[in-house]
Design a protein around this ligand. Structure first.
Ligand code: ZN
Length: 455
């Protein structure tokens, strides 16, 4: 199969950071949870940009060891003081309500109210984000400083919410490629007004899906916008046959802050996506954070569970739970920036280049070096560092072009970006110096690569 042109060169890049930011800002105010209208409204908005298919899974449906929970919808919530003033107001910040709270309306003294209040004493001005999905409860989240200043007395609380049979909602978008083999790109959609975690991931993937829409790709790309944990479990339970087509995958969250970049490997640890992401991050950042799989975090836990064992890693900028804004009201639109979003987008695109365009070249002139100058492939004049890197790439490719090494192998060994090596290989192939003689051009993982290489 002929290698494709690099996706990164075809995806629109101008203003991409601003576009991703604008979409993240659009969905930021919506109060989402694992079920309910917040997810539907968010999918509605994403669906303006891509041809999203929205699925509903009924409450009570068994999905492996789990059951689809009731649907949560909220209209209003507050704490009023004795003067009747809303001192904590859901309408000002939806983090104020314990997410998935059962409804409540009562008057109670401060001492009793405090049992239902969550604060962060070490960050007294921030509102924490808390959930109560699988244990029925009600509560509020607020700034510790505000709580500490509340006078004794009676308070009125209202959570005008409903927990009823309904469904769990998720969105899916498929970009069909030349093969039915799939790349899974997944972002959780269950968090309320938190910008980095995960309006950033939802917005980035939506723009990536929109960008791919006009392009020819080898793989099919499945985009999944589902509530964390239960949404991924539901998708896997309802799509076991499709899951078997997934060759590579990435979960995205927290892709808009200035930290990292971070890549957490799949459980396999040596899958092609693991090598591709490590290569891309090492070439793009001075000190990337590349970490081994561990069984907490995001939905890679489900995709990598032993019954599926999919090669799915996690891409983030700052790693979750390591930054002070994490799961607080400080994870707002000031915390994410268009340039970081654009940088994350480019890193993902560069990794997809490797999945799409890797192949195993074999030299047609393997006995000593072919004469490059005669073919216009060697810089006639010295001194241009770009040209020098390109020439070095050609020498590396030819040196390893024994049909056993992939372009990623060459890039890793030469310490050159994959894109430079892929472009060099394209030129050499054009001049007839390389062939792709029918070996598996893009093995599904490193084990496959070693098997293909006869090792
Ligand atoms: Zn989170």
């Amino acid at each position: 199969m002929a290698p494709h042109a690099l996706l990164s060169g075809q995806l629109a890049d101008d203003g991409i950071g601003d576009a991703i930011f604008a979409l993240a800002a659009d969905i930021f105010p919506i109060c989402r949870s694992i079920t309910g209208d917040g997810v539907r409204r968010t999918l509605d908005r994403l669906g303006n940009d891509i041809d999203l298919v929205v699925h509903e899974v009924k409450t009570g449906t068994r999905v492996f060891d789990w059951t689809i929970p009731r649907e949560w919808n909220i209209r209003d919530a507050y704490i009023k003081n004795a003067a009747g003033e809303r001192i904590v107001d859901f309408r000002r910040n939806n983090l104020h309500v314990l997410n998935y709270s059962r409804p409540v309306r009562k008057r109670l003294p401060l001492g009793e109210l405090k049992k239902h209040i969550f604060t962060l004493p070490d960050r007294p001005d921030l509102i924490p984000y808390r959930t109560s999905y699988y244990a029925e409860d009600w509560g509020f989240c607020m700034a510790h400083r505000q709580l500490a200043a509340l006078p004794d007395g009676l308070y009125e609380v209202l959570i005008d919410a409903s927990l009823e049979d309904g469904s769990l909602t998720y969105g899916e978008y498929l970009h069909p490629g030349e093969t039915e083999e799939e790349v899974l790109l997944s972002a959780h959609i269950c968090h309320p007004s938190l910008a980095n975690d995960n309006c950033s991931g939802l917005a980035l993937l939506t723009h990536l899906a929109a960008g791919l829409a006009g392009l020819r790709t080898r793989y099919s790309y499945r985009f999944l916008f589902a509530p964390g944990t239960i949404g991924a479990i539901a998708w896997l339970a309802l799509n076991e046959n499709r899951a078997a087509r997934i060759r590579h995958g990435l979960v995205l969250s927290c892709v808009g802050d200035g930290g990292g970049p971070t890549y957490k490997k799949s459980r396999q640890g040596d899958a092609l996506i693991d090598r591709a992401m490590a290569h891309v991050l090492r070439n793009a950042a001075a000190a990337p954070n590349i970490i081994d799989f561990f069984p907490y975090g995001y939905d890679e836990r489900q995709y990598c569970s032993p019954g599926f064992d999919l090669p799915v890693g996690l891409f983030q900028r700052s790693q979750f739970a390591t930054f002070p804004e994490y799961h607080t009201s400080a994870d707002n639109l000031d915390f994410i920036r268009p340039d970081h979003l654009a940088s994350s987008y480019r890193l993902i695109a560069a990794a997809l280049d490797i999945l799409e365009c890797d192949w195993r070249p074999r030299s047609t002139v393997p006995k000593c070096e072919p004469q490059l100058g005669r073919r216009g492939l060697y810089a006639a004049r010295g001194g241009d560092p770009d040209e020098a890197a390109k020439s070095i790439a050609l020498l590396w490719i030819l040196s390893l072009a024994d049909g056993r090494h992939s372009l990623l192998d060459v890039a890793e060994r030469a310490g050159l970006p994959f894109a430079v090596v892929a472009e060099g290989a394209r030129r050499l192939r054009e001049r007839g110096l390389l062939v792709n003689d029918g070996r598996d051009a893009s093995p599904t993982n490193a084990r496959g690569a070693r098997a293909a290489a006869g090792a």
